[in-house]
Design a protein around this ligand. Structure first.
Ligand SMILES: [Zn+2]
Length: 451
């Protein structure tokens, strides 16, 4: 102990934060008296001495001693470094457990402190001690419980944390214990179907088991299938099925399926997918709520009301995207598939409910294209420019459609299909016949187009 203090000392004033008090600058060995003067730290002084109580201030004087490590006894210094390492690890566990409100983590930290730290340093973890180091943690805003949401993740395999045994998902818990979760028939079928979809490629399966303290009633288990493949290359558009998907529409999702042999481009189908009408759903929900208020089948009506207000837009987009791919494979008939997804960039999106929903189509489609190995691009093509002559298109609104027409060359079609023409042109293919599907032209439009 005394030896440590005999080491040459360089004392310098050090200012700590705005509350820094004047420090003494000294030379020579530190006076032993310092040791005897036990520190009178106010609580929280370790955090820069924030005001603990309104109206009260605290003053500190700080003596700072600086030692050259090279001049310290190597063995003791090494021991000090080890002590620091243990102290920091315990401190970090204590800090984060405290901050996240994980009492089991706090317990564990205290236990480790008992095992790994000399008793006199454990006061740092004692809330009643005046050298307690964590008094600020309680005041800090509690972070999002990301750490608590961390799932247990493992591969699905008999040698791993989880495996499938007939119609059971077995979650191994350690010490030979296991949790058995029945897998419904539908789930098993789905798994098999997805594996077949990408055969002969092999699927790796990963399980994510999630339990959240804020929703303690659920155990969420996900089996994630993953396939790895080479990036698909652009097939010859003359021998491929062409599929243009436009989400840049007030309608919902519009798809155009076509084939081309380089001489003629033939449109096969132009399905439009529309999300369930939101206002209709909200009205239905209001009715249910009213019925519940009258005490009519209260529980059921309230549950149904909740269900219809909580329409999951993303779920609809996922189903719509899957449908678009499925149809593409049916129509492709062994041809390769080229797809383009025309999705507005988030900046340009109107703040409408539908438009926001449609943004998620990009991510969903990209994933499906990778899963199936389909060549897909994500480019936007104009819907207000004539694909033939480049003139600005004009719009006329009928009850069912917005018709775009060109005063210059007579082109007209449903506005939702205009980007498709530009894509066909960009692929170097001949234009299809317009309109892609029958349109009822308003009388006033006929002379404009024929002129
Ligand atoms: Zn034109």
């Amino acid at each position: 102990m005394g030896k440590l203090y005999k080491a040459p000392v360089r004392l310098e004033p050090v200012h700590r934060g705005n509350r820094a008090a004047e420090a003494h600058a000294m030379r020579g060995p530190a006076p032993r008296a310092l040791e005897l003067e036990s520190p009178r730290l106010a609580r929280g002084a370790g955090y820069g001495g924030k005001k603990r109580k309104r109206g009260l201030v605290e003053g500190f004087r700080v003596l700072t001693l600086l030692y050259r490590v090279g001049e310290l006894p190597a063995g003791a210094f090494q021991r000090l470094v080890e002590l620091f390492k243990a102290y920091r690890a315990v401190g970090a566990l204590y800090f984060w457990s405290k901050r996240l409100g994980l009492s089991e983590g706090v317990e564990l930290a205290l236990e480790r402190a008992r095992q790994q730290l000399p008793y006199y340093y454990r006061h740092a973890f004692d809330e009643d001690s005046r050298v307690y180091q964590f008094s600020e943690v309680g005041r800090m805003r509690r972070p999002r419980k990301v750490v608590l949401q961390l799932p247990l993740v493992e591969a699905v395999h008999p040698n791993c944390g989880c495996y499938i045994e007939e119609n059971t998902l077995v979650v191994r818990l350690g010490n030979g214990e296991r949790l058995e979760l029945p897998l419904p028939e539908r789930a098993l079928k789905w798994l098999q179907e997805k594996e077949r979809e990408v055969a002969p490629l092999k699927v790796t399966k990963i399980v994510r088991v999630q339990w959240r303290e804020d929703r303690p009633e659920y155990l969420k288990v996900q089996i994630v299938l993953r396939v790895e493949r080479k990036k698909p290359v652009m097939p010859d558009p003359k021998s491929a099925l062409l599929c243009y998907v436009d989400a840049n529409s007030d309608y919902g999702i519009v798809a155009v399926y076509a084939v081309s042999d380089g001489v003629r481009t033939k449109v096969l189908e132009t399905p439009k997918l529309r999300p369930p009408n939101r206002s209709r759903r909200l009205k239905a929900a209001a009715k249910r709520q009213a019925a519940a208020a009258y005490g009519h089948k209260r529980g059921i009506n309230l549950a149904l009301a909740r269900l219809s207000t909580r329409f999951r837009a993303k779920g609809w987009v996922k189903a719509a995207a899957a449908q678009i791919f499925k149809k593409a494979f049916q129509r492709a008939n062994d041809r390769s598939v080229v797809m383009n997804f025309d999705i507005p960039d988030p900046e340009s999106v109107k703040n409408s409910y539908l438009q926001k929903t449609l943004l998620s189509l990009g991510k969903v489609a990209r994933n499906l294209a990778n899963w199936f190995g389909v060549y897909a691009t994500f480019e936007c093509y104009p819907s207000t420019k004539c694909p033939y002559c480049g003139s600005e298109l004009e719009m006329i609104y009928t009850r069912r459609t917005r018709i775009a027409y060109c005063r210059n060359c007579g082109f007209y079609d449903d506005r939702d299909f205009v980007p498709f023409y530009h894509w066909v042109k960009a692929l170097g293919l001949p234009m299809p016949k317009h309109p892609l599907r029958k349109l009822q032209l308003p009388e006033e439009l006929k002379p404009l187009i024929n002129s």
